[in-house]
Design a protein around this ligand. Structure first.
Ligand SMILES: Nc1ncnc2c1ncn2[C@@H]1O[C@H](COP(=O)(O)OP(=O)(O)OP(=O)(O)O)[C@@H](O)[C@H]1O
Length: 344
């Protein structure tokens, strides 16, 4: 049941984001690109959600519709209880958004940039100063606050961007590829700050990423997007557990491998591949099942000479769902975006 606040017209319960059959197409010359194709999505207060997918999957387009930067082609989206087409202003006031690339002006000092953004959001000078100091502290930027933005490292600048996105204390924050281009140390540092923002302040966060490790490490929920469609939506743990572990066995003779494969086929949910003297078994809870399987095989005269158990990764999940590796899709993608077809 959704209650309506009659003074603001804002819904006071229900998901903070709700989309229904949301689509966005772009026209490139004679070509039509269906960037987002029928997205049905609900995000609840306090969640940290990662939209994960290869380059060109439709992640940024989704975020740009949810933040009112571009209009949907069809379907509906409500953010913080407001319609992204009809109530653009209210949506914008309710959210923070950090797009790709750096927002901060390069010659300004970091602190001045945060203060002026806070002032632009209507805070008084003293409130803006206080807010800036708090945010700089939160993002470990206090000691760099008086330096021109152009002299900050990539990681510091990205953290400054996130701080600026928070000046008006939104309950809902959108981050478009926050850690792309950062070195591993700065990436981990930024991820920690994002996690802290969600955990300590309860800010709902929706971020896009094509880093598997990032989605796995920080998100409560991972929404995997490919070719404009949601192909999986769950916790990273559940997505990986659903696929199961890979139990790899090696035998002395091909006939032993065949016998072991026949035995493994009887395991619930197992998918078995035999190559010469090797047997690969993808099976839920493989790590737990492996010892008894190996004992069983030894007792029936087909002892394994090699055993390896590898837990599933999100890349395995993506590979299973699409037949492609997300890592390789990211590396080989030459897809590029143009400004053609942009909505006001
Ligand atoms: N303004 C635009 N004009 C034309 N095509 C566009 C535009 N914006 C996006 N596209 C196309 O829509 C598809 C989805 O792009 P989008 O940027 O949403 O993907 P993404 O998943 O965010 O990728 P990345 O990780 O590279 O940012 C791509 O094929 C892209 O080229």
């Amino acid at each position: 049941m959704v209650d309506m606040d009659t003074t603001t017209g804002r819904k006071s319960s229900g998901p903070v984001i709700r989309t229904s059959a949301l689509t966005r197409t772009f026209t490139r010359g004679k070509q039509t690109v269906e960037a987002v194709r029928g997205l049905d999505l609900e995000v609840h207060d306090g969640e940290l959600v990662a939209l994960l997918g290869p380059n060109g999957a439709g992640k940024s387009t989704t975020l740009r519709m949810l933040t009112t930067l571009i209009a949907p082609t069809s379907g509906t989206a409500e953010v913080a209880g407001f319609d992204v087409v009809r109530d653009q202003r209210a949506v914008r006031q309710s959210i923070g958004y950090v797009g790709q690339g750096n927002a901060a002006a390069h010659q300004q000092r970091g602190r001045d940039e945060v203060v002026s953004q806070a002032r632009a959001h209507g805070l008084s000078r003293s409130e803006a100063n206080r807010q800036a100091d708090e945010l700089l502290e939160t993002f470990d930027l206090t000691e760099h606050a008086m330096r021109p933005v152009s002299t900050l490292s990539g990681g510091q600048r990205r953290r400054l961007d996130v701080a600026i996105g928070l000046v008006h204390q939104p309950r809902l924050m959108f981050l478009d590829e926050p850690s792309t281009g950062l070195d591993p140390q700065n990436r981990v540092n930024l991820q920690e700050q994002v996690r802290r923002l969600n955990r300590d302040l309860g800010t709902t966060i929706v971020l896009t990423t094509h880093y598997l490790e990032e989605a796995d490490a920080i998100a409560d929920r991972v929404i995997v997007i490919d070719h404009g469609l949601v192909i999986a939506d769950d916790t990273a743990t559940a997505l990986k557990a659903g696929l199961g572990d890979l139990v790899s066995l090696g035998f002395a003779r091909p006939q032993d491998a065949s016998a072991a494969a026949a035995r493994a086929e009887r395991l619930d949910g197992a998918s078995v591949t035999t190559t010469g003297t090797s047997v690969d078994i993808r099976v839920p809870h493989g790590r737990d099942l492996a010892p008894s399987l190996v004992t069983d095989l030894a007792s029936t005269g087909t002892p394994a000479q090699r055993i390896e158990v590898v837990s599933a990764t999100l890349d395995d999940v993506f590979l299973h769902l699409t037949g492609r590796s997300l890592r390789e899709s990211n590396q080989t993608s030459t897809d590029s975006t143009t400004d053609e077809g942009e909505a006001a």
